[in-house]
Write a protein that binds this ligand. Sequence first.
Ligand SMILES: C[S@@+](CC[C@H](N)C(=O)[O-])C[C@H]1O[C@@H](n2cnc3c(N)ncnc32)[C@H](O)[C@@H]1O
Length: 477
Amino acid sequence: MAHPRKRRSAAAVRRTAKRPAAKGQGTLHSAAQNSAAQTSESQCLTLEIDNLTSDAQGVARRGRDVYFVPGALPGETVEVLLDGRRKKVWQTRLRQVLTPSDQRRDAGCPHYRQCGGCDMQHMSSEAQLEAKQQRSQREFQRQGIAVEQWLEPIVGEPWHYRRKARLGVRFSKAEQRNYIGFREAASSHISDIDHCPVLVQHPVLDWAAWRELISGLQGRDAISQIEVIAADNALALVLRQLKPLSAQDQQQLCDFVARYQQDAQPLQLWLKDEHHSQCIFPQHPPAPLWHEVQGLRLNMALDDFIQVNARVNQAMVAQALAWLQVTENDCIWDLFAGHGNFSMPLARLSQQVLAVEVQPDMVASIQRQAEKLALPLLAKQADLSEAGCLQALPEPQAVLLDPPRAGAAQVCEELIRRQVPRIVYVSCDVATLARDLASLTAAGYTVVKAGIMDMFPQTHHVETMVLLQYKSKNRHG
Ligand SMILES: C[S@@+](CC[C@H](N)C(=O)[O-])C[C@H]1O[C@@H](n2cnc3c(N)ncnc32)[C@H](O)[C@@H]1O
């Protein structure tokens, strides 16, 4: 991937550096071996960055010492403050960038320094993609996984892509006001934000206005979260309440939301506690939320898992369907099915699709919708980390699996036992993916295609898709 060869001024770069220290100059190295975590002038150090960690921190080495520098890029010379040593690695804070990389750019969000949400905003889009691609390839190499063909990454919009997010709300007794925002990096503090540029756009997502509103409520200490869920037909705001809000507070919230309703996407306002959710705006029963995949409308409940990036999701589902090469008579398993993101479109191509998911509500939702759309789909509730949970299912010709971060070790054992001809594995954690691929390839599978998908631009998170074919028992088998 090519990088734009633009070199920006060091002054511009200094503005970008995360959490610069208030004072301290020069390049003093004398106290580098001191493990005390306090920051002082004597702990200032100049480093050459030569690599990135999996969570996008710069890595520098001096002799036998290793340093992690959040916000620094390979090729840069940086000045850092030592924060202490953890597991043989020095943790540091970037003080200033002395020689900037040509991949550096200004962060697109004014809250970047504090907010722990996006950790790659100081990198160009090309550099972000390349770092993610290299990381996937490195993990595969570490596990000895050979890939016949790496495909071009699937990319969407760099900003305003996120359709589901949870913001923290905290009431400060001392300041008599609320904080609304995301957690700060490596901390439980809520960092105030006014707007989030990776979140979908809607006039109601004005957090400064929400802050003022909530700070004026009787129950200003009773709200702990605001969740944003942008369906294709409405935008839902779900307020998590620690104790019931008064009728007056509820009215104030509804009046506020109503002001943003005109001409924009329909809004829904929900109050949620430990046991149930209640829609308070609009007053008539709200329309079920849905999003469209491959021309199919999938209903989604507030708690359903949903792929956060609509555009990348469309391309991801299309690619998975193409790679699976489903024919009408195939039996297909969709494992970790969620609310049917892959299984519904698959059920238009094959006469027998089995969707397996642990959450009973999503299983019921898949089944209901499949019946409504007359799709040949059977949804089954099962915990896929339990041995034997797939044993009773009919033999599949192709399997799609999209597990959570922990991966799918147990499932892979069953796929190996059955020698399933084609597998598409979608993963949000490349380390567990590589671990599972090592088991599959040792048992006779070949990784035919692989590609990353930039589901979470501006962050180090990456989604990877792999096509495996069963060839034969290999040399180890
Ligand atoms: C990454 S999401 C993928 C969902 C779906 N494939 C999609 O694209 O929207 C993982 C799903 O696996 C489900 N899950 C997590 N652990 C599970 C388990 N042990 N057994 C079965 N399903 C599980 C979650 O509830 C979630 O719906």
